[in-house]
Ligand binder design. Structure first.
Ligand code: ARG
Length: 588
């Protein structure tokens, strides 16, 4: 099914041609004066010069051609030469019917089906997830679902941070508290214990302390670097300890991501490409791409047209250790070999933009990717607290993601309890579901690259542009439908009739924007477009609901048509929240 503006433009183009003008002038857009009309066409203004005629004269001739049109119920030429348009109810009905019967509400498959790898999440092992990890997880998950729905093959990869200096830091910190562990005894030949010598909670203090110390104490940093090197070069005890860190950390990460409905197809990490690194380094050297600079191995990536300084991309440190760049480049090599994607999308903090510019350039220059492989950086802004600074706990610390989710749940639970009677267990479960919508919608409704303020009161409100408002709307529809079924009605084979009033028409017009919105959200990797659509649709529905008696409607045909419209609205709303990665409860 074509997009509505395309269909309307085609119809308008025909009218321009019939009046003797270029059909390309018939481009129809949404009205910017909704008080006057629903759609508009400014083609007569554009054609005035070409045809040396007053725009209003052209508009008048075109409007004449549209008398009796099956598409437009009204086409008025107004000074100085606009065409103000209203859609015919019967044509709109055809579109709504097509939408209800076609798969994916009439969304057409993409011109070219792509294979896309999305690199998102990016959690670091040995560090519990904190609020800074909410954005890459939530945005990446939604982009993955949108691209998949649009018809592409999508692979989501967690790309865990498990190989760089951070591992060396944690290992060094552990060595300081438990120096006698067998892992540190390089002459030890026996089996290592099965039990890990630490818990996930310990990491919470371990890593930040080690990281802070390494910044002040060069000797400590040197030890951490040495530990990193030993790990990377395969010293047995370090590898075994590292494996223990993963064993403790990864299940905790999985649990937290699952709580946010974030699912990865691949749980790979930086370490997974460790065996590709020597080969890649060799290749870059023998082909003359990489050279030694101040002891380190680098690839120059600056270009003549650069207006700012783009430093070389460092492949190996002077001590031979692999860095963040090294694993990212080797991961590109691996992804090309294993999946040969058309596109790789990186959902990463926008402060890493320059870094990715270097990596992308290096991958192109060294031909790790094909010339047509798209490498896309989707940089996101910071989640701030009400003071406009990066979100902190009340005492100024970094908040664990788990705690943020819990606090939001508590707030939701309180609001649900205030609003209605519900058994304790059900209220808890519902609060959990609605809290995820509050967090995710609060994040996704902002353009990803912008910073936003985490405002728990606003995000958990049942009113306004929020997740709970959208869920509330869905629950309202579900409850009307179940009452209809309770009265003996069936939700199958319902016949839609033309819209009976403005509010019903407005709801239908909001619905038929679906495929337009989805294509834009996919092409621009922009989940906020799904949110904006949801909000418009929910508003259109609630207005319609306010204006219309549904269950008490006496005319059976009319009632069934209203129910059919509700079914479609519910299905579209539920599809959209699934694209954002949350679900609606039955009641709330
Ligand atoms: N672990 C990284 C960090 O915490 C994010 C990973 C982003 N993805 C990537 N391919 N580098 O900053």
């Amino acid at each position: 099914m074509k997009k509505i503006l395309e269909l309307l433009s085609e119809e308008m183009g025909k009218a321009f041609e019939a009046a003797g003008y270029d059909g390309a002038l018939g481009r129809v857009t949404l009205s910017n004066r909704p008080d006057l009309c629903e759609y508009q066409c400014n083609g007569a203004m554009a054609g005035a010069k070409q045809y040396k005629k007053a725009p209003i004269a052209i508009a008048g001739e075109v409007a004449k051609q549209l008398e009796g049109s099956r598409v437009f119920s009204e086409a008025a030429a107004v000074a100085p030469g606009f065409l103000n348009l209203k859609l015919s109810e019967s044509y709109l009905l055809e579109m709504v019917k097509a939408m209800a019967s076609e798969p994916k509400f009439g969304l057409e498959p993409p011109e070219k089906k792509k294979k896309i790898v999305i690199d998102y999440g990016g959690a670091n092992v040995a560090k519990p997830l904190h609020v800074g990890h909410i954005r890459p997880a939530v945005i990446g998950e939604s982009v993955k679902r949108i691209c998949r729905y649009a018809g592409h093959e999508v692979i989501g990869d967690a790309h865990l941070g498990d190989w760089g200096l951070q591992m060396g830091l944690v290992i060094t910190a552990l060595q300081d508290i438990q120096p006698d562990l067998a892992y540190f005894d390089e002459s030890y030949q026996g089996e290592y214990p099965k039990e890990a010598p630490f818990t996930i909670s310990q990491f919470e203090e371990l890593y930040p302390a080690a990281s802070a110390k390494s910044k002040e104490d060069p000797a400590y940093k040197a030890r951490a670097m040495e530990a990193t090197f030993k790990l990377q070069s395969g010293v047995r005890g370090y590898r075994a300890l590292w494996q223990q860190i993963l064993n403790v950390s990864v299940p905790d990460l999985k649990k937290n991501y699952a709580r946010l409905n974030v699912e990865f197809d691949l749980w790979k990490g930086e370490s997974d490409v460790r065996d590709l690194i020597p080969e890649m380094v060799d290749y870059m050297k023998t082909n003359g791409y990489a050279h030694i600079s101040e002891g380190a191995l680098v690839v120059d990536v600056k270009e003549e047209t650069d207006t700012k300084e783009i430093p070389p991309c460092m492949i190996l440190k002077s001590d031979g250790a692999a860095l963040y760049n090294t694993t990212d480049l080797a991961t590109i090599l691996e992804r090309m070999r294993l999946y040969h994607p058309d596109e790789i999308i990186y959902v990463v903090d926008k402060r890493q933009e320059l870094y990715f510019e270097q990596v992308f350039r290096c991958a192109r220059k060294t031909k790790l990717v094909e010339p047509e492989t798209e490498l896309k950086f989707l940089g996101f802004g910071t989640m701030n607290g009400s003071d406009g600074k990066p979100f902190k706990t009340r005492d100024g610390g970094v908040m664990r993601l788990e705690n943020l989710i819990r606090e939001t749940e508590e707030e939701m639970y309180r609001k649900i309890r205030e609003g209605r009677q519900m058994p304790e267990e059900e209220a808890r479960q519902t609060a959990g579901q609605v809290a995820v919508s509050a967090l995710k919608y609060g994040d996704l409704s902002n353009q990803a690259s912008k910073d936003y303020i985490f405002d728990i009161d606003r995000f958990t409100s049942f009113e306004g542009d929020t997740g709970p408002y959208i869920l509330y709307t869905i629950v309202r529809i579900k409850s009307i439908l179940s009452r209809f079924v309770g009265q003996g009605g069936s939700l199958e084979h319902l016949m839609l009739l033309p819209a009976a009033d403005e509010s019903e028409k407005a709801l239908e017009m909001a619905l038929v924007q679906f495929n337009t919105m989805l294509q834009a959200a996919e092409q621009e990797t922009a989940p906020h477009k799904v949110c904006a659509y949801l909000y418009d649709l929910a508003n259109a529905f609630n207005h319609f609901y306010h204006e219309t008696k549904i269950l008490s409607e006496e005319d059976r045909g009319k009632k069934e048509s209203l129910i059919a419209l509700l079914v479609l609205t519910r299905d579209v709303l539920e599809t959209c929240i699934d694209l954002l990665g949350f679900e609606a409860p039955e009641k709330m």
